[in-house]
Design a protein around this ligand. Structure first.
Ligand SMILES: [Zn+2]
Length: 464
């Protein structure tokens, strides 16, 4: 049986964070009452003229730069013609032949190196309005008794990022999307919240035999809005395509919906060819020609991106912890503690477990952490540091007991009271040591230094 290689490409749609719509001055507000954010332009009254939103263009350039894209000096809006009730103009304004952001690449750090995903293009367009299907049993257009349109969303600035088919697994797609989402949010160009629909993805999946050149027909999973469903949808498509090929069948290019309840794919509709849309340049809009000064200014305000931060912290704490710190947004807290002299790994673990301390408490916490105070004192310091400015002196008095003669009796008592565990440890079960350390901590009411207890226990158990 052949070895199969999945081939995955993504089209990611991002609602840009602007005050107003792409081509009119209607305000954007998620959850506003239906059809209260409309005007003659976004409702396509005859004669109404669009004006491009400058902020949306800036956001597109900013994100394009973060994706390593070339920024076009001359981008053109086109009309993409199709009829749908949520598109009153009968066409969508979109960049087609001349998008604002050209080829680029986005590197996703992993422990084994970068997974580099090529970016074909990122282009600016307007979103359609929202159709709500009511009645019927499925909540979908098929079988619904009524369909209503909310035009509030119509005309929202939408950036579509198209990747090369460089992704080789559902996990890789997941890593790419999560890092892309974090990058987008940090740049401030979008909230990118899947549950609100401000980040959606179409996923293209095909498989081929390992070593095979070229691509086989692909399935497009439309409008995916959950990381979990995207992963499961990709896996379902890979599974079903491989099964079809191994039965000797062909796979036809098609569009699918993923049903999370059954974990199955159902045919959505056959794929339109691109030229069905009869694109032509939008005569009511001038070309977008960003001056070089603007591009350089936007490049200048992009700070250190998450991928670069993961790589920088990896040198301090290893890949996994660095990745986790950046994914949870806790790396700043770790850096504050490390800057105050706390050993990097300790700083990272504290930042992961106690991320709520106020920034101005970093110096006090660093002193307390390095002074080896009791566990209780440490927990009290962490609790207080989340809401008020603390003084290190208050906690430094409660130093953990590391004096060997003071700890001796407690250790003897625990060894005497735990014959089974002692025997198990001597029989090679190293893990039992944790239990014995815990017993000594209990015996000393948490005042002992666990590192010293650990060492003394090992010594004692070796001797007797
Ligand atoms: Zn409007």
């Amino acid at each position: 049986m052949a070895d199969w290689e999945p081939v995955v490409g993504l089209e990611v749609h991002v609602h840009l964070k602007t005050r107003t719509k792409m081509f009119c001055r209607c305000e954007l507000e998620y959850g506003a009452p239906e059809n209260t954010r409309t005007c003659p332009i976004c409702l396509a009254h005859p004669g109404a003229l669009p004006v491009a939103n400058g902020r949306a263009i800036e956001h597109t350039i900013t994100l394009g730069l973060a994706l390593g894209c070339e920024i076009s000096p001359h981008a053109i809006f086109a009309r993409k013609n199709y009829f749908y009730p949520d598109l009153p103009k009968g066409y969508q304004i979109s960049q087609y032949e001349a998008p604002l952001c050209g080829p680029g690449a986005f590197a996703v750090p992993t422990a084994a190196g970068d997974e580099v995903v090529g970016i074909v293009r990122a282009h600016l367009e307007e979103d359609a309005a929202k159709t709500v299907h009511a009645g019927g049993s499925t909540g979908r257009s098929v079988g619904a008794s009524t369909s209503l349109v909310d035009f509030n969303r119509g005309g929202t600035p939408l950036l579509e990022i198209v990747t090369e088919p460089d992704i080789r697994s559902a996990d890789e797609a997941d890593r790419f999307l999560r890092l892309l989402r974090q990058t987008i949010v940090e740049l401030g160009v979008s909230d990118a919240e899947m549950e609100k629909g401000t980040l959606r993805a179409d996923v293209n999946v095909s498989v081929r035999e390992l070593g095979e050149q070229g691509y086989r027909p692909r399935w497009e999973l439309k409008n995916m809005n959950s990381f979990t469903f995207i992963r499961r949808g990709i896996d379902a498509a890979i599974r079903e395509q491989i099964a079809a090929y191994e039965r000797g069948e062909q796979v036809a290019q098609s569009t699918y919906d993923y049903d999370p309840d059954t974990d199955r794919l159902t045919v959505h509709r056959s794929k339109e060819e691109a030229d069905d849309y009869r694109y032509f340049p939008e005569p009511d809009l001038v070309p977008v020609e960003p001056p070089p000064g603007l591009v350089e200014r936007l490049r200048g305000v992009i700070g250190e991106l998450p991928a670069a931060r993961i790589r920088r912290l990896e040198a301090e704490v290893g890949f996994d912890l660095a990745n986790e710190l950046v994914a949870t947004g806790n790396e700043g807290k770790a850096e504050q503690l490390a800057a105050e002299g706390v050993e990097w790994r300790t700083a990272a673990n504290v930042a992961m477990n106690q991320p709520d301390f106020l920034a101005e408490n970093a110096p006090a916490l660093a002193k307390i952490l390095q002074a080896n105070v009791t566990r209780d004192a440490l927990h009290a310091a962490f609790a207080a540091s989340a809401t008020s400015v603390i003084s290190a002196d208050e906690y430094l008095g409660q130093t953990a007991v590391s004096d060997e003669s003071a700890l001796g009796p407690a250790i003897e008592a625990v060894i005497a009271a735990s014959p089974q565990q002692v025997e198990a440890y001597r029989g090679g079960k190293e893990g039992v040591l944790g239990f014995l350390v815990g017993q000594v901590m209990k015996e000393t009411r948490g005042t002992a230094d666990p590192k010293v207890v650990n060492r003394l226990l090992r010594e004692k158990l070796r001797q007797s």
